[in-house]
Design a binder for this molecule. Structure first.
Ligand SMILES: C[S@@+](CC[C@H](N)C(=O)[O-])C[C@H]1O[C@@H](n2cnc3c(N)ncnc32)[C@H](O)[C@@H]1O
Length: 227
């Protein structure tokens, strides 16, 4: 590792809320991805198409995809983001990986948009994965993400969300405090209510809730299935 960087994205805005380290080869590392990667991988193993093509939205440092590609030898994973610094790290993970074309991207995708550029191929994806974006972006990003899953997943394809959520008005005290902190940074950010805000989007997009998995530190993994 060579030095620490802060959590400021190329827009000049805080995107990660934690210190990230950058190695000399350009790969970035975040403490949270190191902590949560194994537990998230266990959920992928149980519920996601680990022998298929998965598009990751908001890949951040890129550690999750690199880790999952190593763990699941049939998995194909494509990074995306809208932040240039994050995309540079994802590109460095692709260069470094010994996975051939099983690890690809990054594709520039703003999840809130209704056209995802080179990823815009209807019913082409087995899975879409998105960790820790829905609360650190305007609600339009959650809407766009779920609409995108409705457009681009194959029938039977899966969408996995990971992060903190409220559940029908109930929120863990630590998540309530986190949400207030997020709103102080940007009034359009904040922890979303899975039942009241996210599920209605999924229904409209043709996605069925498959399961909710409680994760460490009051996070959830939420799996949807395209009809
Ligand atoms: C807290 S980081 C999470 C990174 C990674 N998924 C993780 O869990 O370590 C939030 C990420 O969301 C991305 N992001 C924010 N708004 C977005 C949007 N509208 N579309 C796509 N990505 C977005 C940021 O650039 C950043 O990479």
């Amino acid at each position: 590792m060579s030095g620490d960087q802060d959590d400021i994205g190329s827009s000049g805005k805080s995107i990660a809320l934690e210190a990230r380290n950058t190695g000399e080869d350009g790969r970035r590392y975040s403490p949270s991805a190191a902590r949560n990667g194994e537990a998230i991988g266990d959920v992928l193993a149980a519920y996601m198409p680990i022998d298929g093509q998965v598009l990751e939205i908001a890949s951040g440092t890129g550690e999750h995809g690199a880790r999952f590609i190593e763990r699941f030898p049939e998995l194909r994973w494509t990074y995306s983001d809208l932040d240039e610094i994050s995309m540079a790290s994802q590109a460095a993970w692709v260069t470094h990986a010994e996975a051939g074309d099983r690890l690809s991207g990054p594709v520039r995708i703003d999840a809130s948009q209704d056209n995802w550029g080179e990823a815009e191929r209807p019913e082409s994806l087995d899975g879409i994965f998105c960790a820790n974006m829905v609360h650190i972006a305007p609600f339009e990003a959650a809407e766009g993400l779920i609409n995108g899953a409705g457009r681009l997943l194959k029938p039977g394809g899966k969408l996995m969300l990971y992060g903190p959520f409220a559940r029908d008005g109930e929120i863990a005290p630590s998540n309530a405090a986190f949400s207030e902190d997020l709103k102080r940074r940007d009034q359009n950010w904040g922890v979303r209510d899975l039942v009241q805000e996210v599920l209605p989007l999924a229904v409209r997009a043709g996605l069925t809730l498959e399961t909710i998995v409680d994760m460490p530190a009051n996070n959830l993994s939420v799996i949807f299935r395209k009809a």
